[in-house]
Design a protein around this ligand. Structure first.
Ligand SMILES: CC(C)(COP(=O)(O)OP(=O)(O)OC[C@H]1O[C@@H](n2cnc3c(N)ncnc32)[C@H](O)[C@@H]1OP(=O)(O)O)[C@@H](O)C(=O)NCCC(=O)NCCS
Length: 144
């Protein structure tokens, strides 16, 4: 590889090395918004975003409680900006509180245009999950 090729590669690597879009939270899901996820107006359907957020929070809740759980509440859901087909969607989760059987998890969603570099926060909400035993009853979260 000559010097020019090495410089081009370094610049391209820098361009694609975008990672975190906010300092706090764990990146749980990064995915691409697809045409199948649109509403009748052609933007991404809010219900699809909510399901991705629920999946992300549920994944964190499962790791915290070492077992199954269920969403018992979703609070303060805000849709700040539309998400477009092709956007790279990144879901951050932050564990806010662990109770006797419940976990409160803040979720932020960022979107980056497919051919752009600047990502924006598009949605956030707080999810409450309850750890469940095999019969579906609340289970005490013992080992954290
Ligand atoms: C989850 C479920 C078993 C909880 O049953 P419950 O009788 O409400 O249980 P409890 O009253 O003991 O509450 C359990 C915990 O959840 C918390 N909680 C219950 N309802 C809540 C609400 N609306 N908001 C915030 N926290 C809530 C309680 O404070 C408690 O927390 P703690 O143990 O950490 O103090 C029951 O509500 C359920 O099965 N819901 C359906 C879950 C589901 O199907 N989710 C998917 C929806 S698509």
């Amino acid at each position: 590889m000559n010097t020019e090729q090495a410089d081009n590669l370094a610049r391209a690597q820098e361009r694609v090395s975008h990672g975190r879009q906010q300092e706090d939270g764990v990146i749980v899901i990064r995915t691409i918004a697809m045409p199948a996820d649109t509403n009748p107006a052609g933007d991404i359907f809010g219900g699809w975003l909510m399901s991705q957020m629920d999946l992300a929070a549920g994944n964190m809740a499962g790791r915290v409680s070492n077992g199954r759980g269920a969403t018992v509440a979703v609070e303060g859901m805000q849709f700040l900006r539309p998400v477009k087909v092709g956007d790279e969607v990144t879901i951050y989760a932050t564990l806010i509180k662990v109770g006797r059987t419940s976990m409160r998890i803040h979720v932020d969603v960022w979107a980056r245009p497919r051919f752009g570099q600047a990502a924006e926060k598009v949605t956030n909400a707080e999810f409450v999950f309850v750890a469940l035993d095999e019969s579906g009853a609340p289970r005490q979260i013992s080992e954290i």
